[in-house]
Every structure is written in structure tokens, then in C-alpha cells.
Design a protein around this ligand. Structure first.
Ligand code: GLC
Ligand code: CA
Length: 551
């Protein structure tokens, strides 16, 4: 099976996610910024990625780390200026890196001028109609309009105070109360975002990652809904066939068709990558039909346990679902919302996916096992046809920062659940560049918006550079071989005979074998191109992946 054919760059690209607050801090205030990123971009070119996706750096009060945007066409002073962005863009082009920015269309910040106008205006006004304001239920409107819950915990509605000082209407926020949802049936909202797309396209971006791309349209009448218990917090768990009234509504598709047309009018293969938590994969494929987005994140792959049968099934399902609409499959193991895979893959059954982990979580991962599995999983992923996403720091083998002190935590999930859910801070800690420098080279002052754990020191990039067997060198080599052998454009053919706990396939002239079982696996003849661990005399050890050049 192949990923859909075609020569466009995004069909096979390896896209590296930069989380701007935590990548590199140019001015030393403890929060990463654009100037810092620009000085460190050569490291990404050396790593061998094709493109860089930046989480939001737009004007924002930072209630949800920038996913609460107050001005879609401005750079937050925390991160720099538009000139800094232009400099970053220029440096990326010089290095041959494409850039993707994050578009957050489902909601704005409550500091967005439109929301401020809506608050000042009366119920029923055009200003309120850009968001989802509704009257409350109950005798005095004191009960929220429906029973929906915020992804971050607590009710999805907040009541406002009207001009007369009385409690008034409620507004919908699927996320934090500082993130009011837009009403996407309103043409003014649609047009605002067409302008935002043009603004960044004109500034030379190669594409957009579209935040919450399954959430924009809500069912008319906003009916009550109680999700099944097993549904993940982003509603991904709608495998039951049920469609919640706020996720995956058919009305999102015309929006993306209009965006696609706009992008098609630009030179240079600009792309849209949707963050849509939709199951099953066959339904998710609707987001990447030929006239919609180019890619969508494959969270089903991310959430698949480290078990051979499950891995094989999700790979097959992905290639066939995306292939059926002519889209490339994508692959991803880590991002800024999930437990880093060097920890997640060693969580025990008590806590299978880890909705954020902290010191008091159950089933905490064993770090050596976690790293071993993470290296094997990445080596497997990077051999698959299609496009892959990497999250900053995974190339260093960083684990989740589990022992963050409570008082340092910043994720709204932590606050909105009264500390019941740790949330996502543990994967967002600034990354280590130099083991001996202040803040491990994140900046020159040693300050860091989240404390860096001591175990990040020995994993600093400078100690891994050029060191045989380091995780950094494994990634670098994998990306180089992937390129030479055109694996991203290739096709997958399963090889049988290795037993039920082994994944074995050919992609072009490369044989890939991943041992997810306990027993060592005897390897076929051929030159080893790359191995996530050490091959022993008995063969390929447990939790190890190898690439072999077939003779
Ligand atoms: C997406 C982002 C996440 C953010 C949420 C609300 O899931 O990846 O970080 O909190 O949307 O914008
Ligand atoms: Ca800074």
C-alpha cells in the first residue's frame, strides 16, 4: 500500500513542531521568542526536517499559551514583532525550511476586539452574533443554555454582566472561559478568517496548521449532549459512531473548501493541516478530500498502544482511509497536548494514554523502557510512507517532566479541574541545548517559565551531537536515509513469517523490522542502515526497530 502518489512536498514532508515559548529564548525573560528561534534554526536544518510548524505566537493574553488569540495578524510582544517574524521567515528560506503557522479559528481570546464589542453590545446585536451568546435557562436565566462541558473541565458556558449591571446572557467556550467560540455560520466570521489567511500567505508562509478543525460548526439549537465516558477530552473517542453536536459536523467542510480555493490561487504548494480529533479514520478522511485540506493529524496512530497487532491495523487503516481520497497519511507520536512518547509508551495499563501525568499519577513510566520504545516507535514511524510530524525535544529523547511543582503549573486544565487533571505542562518545558549553560542553553539568564528537570541536563543537544547511538544521531540518520531512499513517497508491503509480535515490511529497497515482543528476532541478510538499539548475536532485541538495505 502506498501513501497517495504525487510529488507535492507535503505528501512526504517531515514537519518539526516548534513550541515557541519553550524552544529558544533570545531576550532571556524565560519565555522563548522568535529571535531565539531564528538563531537556533540551523539546528533544524542540520537535523534534516523539511518544514517547521510554529504553535501560535500571535497577540494573546496567553491564558491558553497563545491558543487564545486577540489579534490574528499581530505578533505578541512576548515573542517579538512582525519584523522578527520576517527575519525568521527569511532565515528559514535560506536554510531550505518551509514554515507553517498555527491558525486558531474555533475561538478567539476574550480580549479580541470583536469579543470586547460583543460584551459592550446588547443581546441580539450584530456584535454578539459573531460569537455564540444565548439566554440562560431557569426562571432568571441562571442556568447555562445547555449541559456541554469544556474540554478543559467545567461548564462550557460563562454568564456575562449586561450594561445594566445585571447577570445576562451566556457565551459558549468549548475550551477556557477566556476562549469564546465564534459562530461560524456568520459570514462576517468567515470573511475575517479569509483575510487572516491572505495576510500570512502574503507574508510567505507555506501553510497552516488548523486548530480544532473538527469544532467550528455546532448543531442548530445547541442541544444537550452527554459524551460517552470513554470519549477523550477532545472528543476523539466517538468511535461509537455517535457525533457530538459540537464536533465533526458536516458544516465544517464548505469552510475548508473555500480556504482550499484561496490557497490554490497562491504559488508554491501552500497547505492546510487539520487538527481534527475524529474517529474512525474513514471519517477523518473527509477532511482531506481533494478540495479540502491537504493533511490531517493522525491521532488514532498517536493513541495506538505499543502492540504489534494494533500498530499494524492502524497503519493499514491509515493508508487505506487517506489513500481512498488521494491524501497522504500522516504520522505523529508527540505534540504539545499529549504526554511525550518517551514516557507515554511506558505508561502501564492503569493509565494507558496519560491525560497529563504528575507526581501523584498512577502507573508512572519507567524511563529506560520509555526511551527504548520511543526510539523504536520513531524509527518505525519514519519508515512509513506519507508525512511525519516531530515535536521539539523528541529528537533528544526527552521524557515528560513529571515532577513539576504544583505552583509552577500553567495549563488551564489544571485549574479548571481543581488539580484533578495535571494537563499538558509536562510536555511543554523548555528544551535543553547545552548541558553546562544556564537553563541548559534555552537562554543566557537561566530563567525558564516552567522549571527544567535535572534529567534534561544529560540529554542536552550538545552532548548528543556526533555521539554514536545518541537519540539525536538516530533521528538525523533516519531522516537522511528516509530522504535518500524516498521512503516518504514509497509504499508499504508487509512481510510475513516474523511472528505475531513483530512488524516487518518493505518500503522500496528498505526492509523494516520492529520487534514489539520479548524474544529476539533473527534478521534477514542485508546491510543495516539504521537501528534504534543494539543488535545482539541472538538477533533484534525487544522494543527495537531496524532498517536493512535488501541485497
Ligand atoms: C488545540 C491545541 C491546544 C489548545 C486547544 C484550544 O487542541 O493544540 O493546545 O489548548 O486547541 O485552542
Ligand atoms: Ca523571551
Amino acid at each position: 500500500m502506498s501513501s497517495a502518489p504525487g510529488a507535492e512536498w507535503w505528501r512526504s514532508a517531515v514537519i518539526y513542531q516548534v513550541y515557541p515559548r519553550s524552544f529558544a529564548d533570545g531576550n532571556g525573560d524565560g519565555i522563548g521568542d522568535l529571535a531565539g528561534i531564528t538563531t537556533r534554526l540551523p539546528a533544524l536544518a542540520e537535523l534534516g526536517v523539511d518544514a517547521v510548524w510554529f504553535s501560535p505566537f500571535f497577540t494573546s493574553p496567553q491564558k491558553d499559551a497563545g491558543y487564545d488569540v486577540a489579534d490574528y495578524c499581530g505578533v505578541d510582544p512576548l515573542f517579538g514583532t512582525l519584523d522578527d517574524f520576517d527575519a525568521l521567515r527569511a532565515e528559514a528560506s535560506r536554510l531550505g525550511l518551509r514554515i507553517i503557522v498555527d491558525l486558531v479559528p474555533n475561538h478567539s481570546s476574550d480580549q479580541h476586539v470583536w469579543f470586547q464589542e460583543a460584551l459592550a453590545a446588547a443581546p441580539g446585536s450584530a456584535e454578539r452574533a459573531r460569537y455564540l451568546f444565548r439566554d440562560g435557562r431557569g426562571e432568571h436565566g441562571e442556568v447555562p443554555p445547555n449541559n456541554w462541558e469544556s474540554v478543559f473541565g467545567g461548564p462550557a458556558w460563562t454568564q456575562v454582566t449586561e450594561a445594566d449591571g445585571q447577570p445576562g446572557q451566556w457565551y459558549l467556550h468549548l475550551f477556557d472561559s477566556s476562549q469564546p467560540d465564534f459562530d461560524w455560520s456568520n459570514r462576517a466570521v468567515q470573511e475575517q478568517f479569509l483575510d487572516v489567511l491572505r495576510f500570512w500567505l502574503d507574508r510567505g508562509v507555506d501553510g497552516f496548521r488548523v486548530d480544532v478543525a473538527h469544532g467550528l460548526i455546532k448543531v442548530d439549537g445547541l442541544p444537550d449532549y452527554t459524551p460517552p465516558v470513554e470519549a477523550g477530552s477532545m472528543g476523539g473517542g466517538i468511535e461509537s459512531g455517535e457525533t457530538p453536536p459540537y464536533w465533526a459536523q458536516p458544516g465544517v467542510h464548505p469552510i475548508y473548501r473555500e480556504w482550499r480555493e484561496l490557497l490554490n490561487g497562491y504559488e508554491g504548494e501552500r497547505m492546510l493541516a487539520g487538527e481534527a480529533w475524529v474517529q474512525p479514520l474513514a471519517k477523518l478522511a473527509d477532511w482531506v478530500r481533494p478540495d479540502e485540506m491537504h493533511q490531517t493529524f493522525n491521532f488514532e496512530y498517536l493513541e495506538t498502544p505499543w502492540e504489534a497487532a494494533a500498530q499494524r491495523a492502524v497503519i493499514d487503516d491509515s493508508l487505506s482511509a487517506f489513500g481512498s481520497v488521494g491524501a497522504p497519511s500522516t504520522w505523529v507520536l508527540s505534540n504539545h497536548d499529549v504526554v511525550r512518547h518517551a514516557s507515554r509508551l511506558a505508561l502501564t495499563a492503569e493509565n494507558p494514554q496519560g491525560d497529563g501525568i504528575g507526581p501523584k499519577s498512577k502507573g508512572l513510566p519507567e524511563p529506560v523502557l520509555g526511551l527504548r520504545r520511543a526510539r523504536a516507535a520513531t524509527t518505525l514511524m519514519l519508515a512509513l510512507p506519507g508525512s511525519s510530524y516531530l515535536y521539539q525535544g523528541e529528537e533528544l529523547g526527552l521524557p515528560e517532566a513529571i515532577d513539576l511543582p504544583d505552583e509552577s503549573r500553567q495549563d488551564p486544565t489544571w485549574f479548571r479541574t481543581g488539580g484533578q487533571r495535571y494537563g499538558r505542562d509536562g510536555c511543554r518545558v523548555p528544551i535543553p541545548w547545552e548541558s553546562d549553560a544556564p537553563a541548559y542553553g534555552f537562554n543566557a539568564t537561566g530563567s525558564s517559565w516552567l522549571p527544567q528537570p535535572a534529567e534534561y541536563g544529560p540529554l542536552a543537544r550538545d552532548l548528543q551531537e556526533g555521539r554514536a547511538g545518541s537519540t539525536l544521531e538516530l533521528y538525523r540518520r533516519a531522516l537522511a536515509v528516509r530522504r535518500t531512499h524516498a521512503l516518504g513517497h514509497g509504499s508499504l508491503e508487509w512481510l510475513d513469517g516474523y511472528g505475531p509480535e513483530v512488524l516487518a515490511f518493505r518500503n522500496g529497497d528498505v526492509t523494516v523490522i520492529a520487534n514489539l515482543g520479548e524474544q529476539p528476532v533473527e534478521l534477514p541478510a542485508g546491510t543495516t542502515l539504521l537501528c534504534s538499539g543494539e543488535i545482539s548475536r541472538a538477533g533484534l532485541p525487544s522494543d527495537t526497530t531496524v532498517w536493512i538495505a535488501a541485497h
